[in-house]
Design a protein around this ligand. Structure first.
Ligand code: ATR
Length: 275
């Protein structure tokens, strides 16, 4: 049987490399395939899982929110982020979950030994990716989240959505990003940086030496902003770790197999060969 990743465009997805590697390694005779679809096709995917024609699916840009609206059964991170990136069967019902946030946090833990609980985080962006990550930052009890978004209104909406939790929130102007020395981690969840000439203007004068700058972008391998942080001696991380770790969470939902750190490293190395 197949597993699909659906989106539009989907040509450049690395997910088949990752999942087909694990499927072979765990002797599963399924194939993970990319499928470019229009929005009207989304209900078909749910139907195919119901009818045992496919195992499940990953949903990517731009359909994560649309799929959320189509599903009756949702897990915690899907509900909190209002977005679904994984559909799977659980006790004959079709469920949707969002594994992006867990993938992001696990990548930080595995690759940088960084534990997010009680930390102060600056999150750049208030789009779908930001919602997915913040949902899990809250689950893992971060102390403070500072938001900066080009369109202020979307930043305000995001804070309104999440602020009933213990985590403190603050909004800062996109044109004046000046993190103070309390910030432990910066996460760029925007698409700004995918083009080589795009640099996020961040005033670095107050930053602590141990701060990590992380980008969820993985193409290019190093964004301009990552390069600037590295030149100043700061630790950086791109989005490939998040991609592989969110995939591992999806794999667990489909097969109830908890992949090892070694499985995750091997899949990431395969992806790195494609740069
Ligand atoms: P996704 O689901 O991938 O997060 P999205 O919901 O369209 O996509 O959100 C994209 C994010 O990138 C938003 O925070 C967006 O800022 P706006 O809310 O102002 O649109 C941000 N973004 C996209 N292009 C940007 C740019 N050129 N400069 C700054 N921020 C940008």
């Amino acid at each position: 049987m197949n597993i699909y990743v659906i989106g539009k465009p989907i040509k450049h997805s690395m997910s088949p490399i990752i999942h087909n590697y694990w499927l072979t390694k765990y002797s599963k005779s399924h194939i993970y395939k990319k499928k470019e679809v229009n929005k009207a096709f989304l209900p078909q995917i749910i139907k195919q899982i119901k009818e045992h024609k496919i195992i499940g699916a990953n949903i990517t840009i731009p359909y994560k929110k649309d799929m959320f609206k189509l599903l009756d059964n949702l897990d915690k991170n899907a509900i909190q982020s209002k977005a679904v990136n994984t559909i799977y069967r659980k006790e004959n019902l079709i469920f949707g979950e969002n594994t992006d946030g867990v993938g992001y946090c696990e990548a930080l833990k595995r690759e940088k030994k960084f534990e997010i609980s009680n930390k102060n985080v600056l999150v750049l962006g208030s789009g779908g990716a930001s919602f997915g990550i913040i949902s899990e930052l809250i689950n893992r009890k971060v102390a403070k989240i500072v938001i900066s978004n080009r369109t202020k209104k979307r930043g305000v909406e995001l804070i309104e959505k999440f602020q009933n939790n213990d985590t403190k929130f603050k909004l800062i102007d996109w044109k004046k990003i000046e993190p103070d020395s309390s910030i432990d981690l910066i996460i760029n969840t925007t698409s700004f940086g995918m083009n080589e000439n795009e640099t996020i203007k961040i005033n670095m004068k107050n930053l602590k030496d141990s701060i990590i700058y992380s980008d969820i972008i993985y193409k290019p391998k190093k964004t301009q902003t990552m390069k600037i942080f590295e030149r100043k001696g700061f630790i950086t991380q791109n989005g490939l770790g998040m991609l592989v770790n969110q995939a591992a969470e999806s794999f667990k939902l489909w097969f109830n197999i908890k992949l090892t750190s070694q499985d995750i490293i091997e899949a990431k190395e395969l992806c790195e060969k494609t740069y």
